[in-house]
Ligand binder design. Structure first.
Ligand SMILES: C[S@@+](CC[C@H](N)C(=O)[O-])C[C@H]1O[C@@H](n2cnc3c(N)ncnc32)[C@H](O)[C@@H]1O
Length: 218
């Protein structure tokens, strides 16, 4: 039997207990602004959870675009499905899968995607490099790949470090993983933002032609 995670046990409470509005919304907003997605874009959301990125993405892509959300937790996906249904979004596809083993997973007919995003999810994965490579491989040449994740706050915000560590520990993420550091070697035209005292790091890069795989993950 698989070990329960915070995302199998507390999916229904996630939006309430995740410090979304005071802290973490700022990261997803910054990333989606930097991605500058045109209307009609098809977007892959890795570790989409309950779909907190969806409304912000929908404002950019409109009904002609689509969101394909991938998450390992069926319970989180159920919340994402409820969100999409109650908002009337018919352009959301949800896939239950491990983002570090997407090789044989059918991500639907929008592969290669116009863009990919992962917010607060890669630092939960022991093999996050594999998930990052899968995001890049599933995105077309020139498409935007965005990662939002956490580190210890810096400068005057450093005094919030124990709270940041606690939030990461409760969520099961490794605050020292720093998955965005692998992006400059893999992507072009990197854009950077840092919010909430440096606790939230945002990176958006563009897929170079040699690495776009049109859905061939490895
Ligand atoms: C902290 S939540 C973030 C959810 C969402 N991206 C957000 O910004 O609110 C992390 C999510 O990553 C998912 N996750 C963790 N490991 C995963 C994996 N190997 N493959 C796919 N999803 C995974 C969890 O189930 C959870 O929904």
């Amino acid at each position: 039997m698989k070990k329960p995670t915070p995302y199998t046990i507390s999916a229904r409470m996630y939006d309430v207990i995740s410090f979304e509005w005071p802290i973490y919304r700022a990261g997803r907003t910054a990333a989606i602004d930097l991605m500058a997605l045109p209307a009609g874009s098809h977007v892959l959301d890795i570790g989409c959870g309950t779909g907190l990125n969806f409304a912000l993405l929908q404002r950019r892509i409109g009904p002609a675009g689509s969101i394909t959300g991938v998450d390992a937790s069926p319970q989180m996906l159920e919340q994402a499905r409820r969100r999409a249904t109650s908002a009337g979004w018919e352009n959301v596809n949800l896939v239950a899968a491990d983002a570090t083993a997407l090789g044989s997973v059918d991500l639907g007919h929008h592969v290669p995607f116009d863009a990919a995003i992962s917010t607060y999810a890669l630092s939960l994965m022991a093999r996050w490099e594999v998930a990052l490579d899968a995001m890049i491989s599933a995105t077309r040449t020139g498409g935007a790949v965005a990662v939002v994740d956490m580190q210890k706050p810096v400068g005057r915000a450093e005094l919030w470090t124990p709270l940041a560590r606690l939030a990461c520990r409760l969520g099961g993420s490794d605050i020292d993983a720093h998955p965005w550091t692998a992006m400059p070697a893999r992507l072009d035209a990197m854009k950077t933002a840092s919010v909430r005292g440096g606790h939230i790091q945002v990176r958006v890069g563009s897929v170079p032609s040699a690495t776009a795989g049109g859905g061939h993950f490895f």
